[in-house]
Design a protein around this ligand. Structure first.
Ligand SMILES: [Cu+2]
Length: 273
């Protein structure tokens, strides 16, 4: 009886903690809230695409309606191969749309990738940058922090499951591995996604700007329980993050078991995976 009461009390204490570790609700329409430093660049590309295809759609629909009216029963359609001028006009319009829309997207995508999305060297060189190794497997995300010695795969590593915590305001670099099939780590609120592929290390970076709890999803169908492969990414204020990490490091030293081979999945951090 006393045991049952203790278990109930423990559950009551745990309840609010479990309830809190859930991603915040999204409004249900449009893009998920962007809480990252560079996410707006992705959103700008999406919005530009929407506006451009919206304009092309309106022009095409207007031409269609105009031709319905122009060639209604009283004015039969006339067949024509077109003149040099009309063919030139059509080809020029296609060229202008391709250059102005696709060309614009192409150039901005390349510049954004090079300058902001894949600028790993700058992220690695930033003081306070956070490095995390992620082990994707059916159907969970293991995360590993190097611990006080700064080296991965050692006894003081902090290891979590489906629970990644990062501080606000510094670059976070993830290196990803998979031990079974291809997964894809997706952080919708940070506008980043990267495949975890067996046999190789891939990487991803972002910078969180707003404390809160956000969804970690798997974006690659990876087996019958793919839909369960979810976690929570918690963004903490720098002080709260330091506090959490200090506690987790103390716990990690106590939990280290040299014989638990399965738990020792870390690898030396790769400068260039
Ligand atoms: Cu998966």
């Amino acid at each position: 009886m006393r045991r049952a009461r203790q278990a109930a009390a423990a559950l009551l204490l745990l309840g609010p903690a479990l309830a809190a570790a859930a991603p915040q609700r999204e409004p249900g329409y449009g893009l998920p809230r962007d809480v990252s430093l560079d996410g707006f660049r992705i959103d700008a590309l999406i919005h530009f695409t929407l506006v451009a295809i919206g304009i092309v759609f309106l022009l095409a629909a207007a031409a269609l309606v105009w031709s319905f009216v122009r060639h209604r029963r009283a004015h039969p359609a006339q067949y024509s191969h077109g003149t040099r001028t009309t063919i030139g006009l059509v080809l020029a319009s296609v060229g202008i749309v391709a250059l102005a829309v696709d060309g614009n997207l192409f150039v901005h995508t390349l510049v954004d990738l090079h300058e902001f999305v894949w600028d790993f060297a700058r992220a690695e060189a930033t003081p306070g940058a956070v490095r995390i190794e992620v082990n994707a497997h059916q159907w969970s995300w293991g995360a590993r922090y190097a611990g006080p010695d700064g080296a991965f795969g050692t006894a003081d590593d902090v290891v979590t499951l489906d629970d990644i915590r990062v501080p606000r305001g510094v670059p976070v670099i993830l290196q990803l591995a998979s031990t079974d099939v291809i997964h894809s780590l997706y952080l919708p609120n940070f506008r980043v996604k990267q495949d975890a592929v067996p046999g190789m290390i891939t990487r991803l970076k972002f910078q969180a700007q707003v404390p809160g709890e956000y969804e970690i999803a798997c974006a690659q169908h990876c087996g019958p329980n793919h839909y369960k492969m979810r976690g929570v990414l918690t963004v903490l204020a720098p002080d709260a993050y330091r506090g959490w990490l200090a506690t987790a490091e103390a716990d990690a030293r106590r939990a280290w078991d040299p014989d638990d081979a399965e738990a020792h999945w870390g690898w030396p951090w790769r400068a260039e995976p």
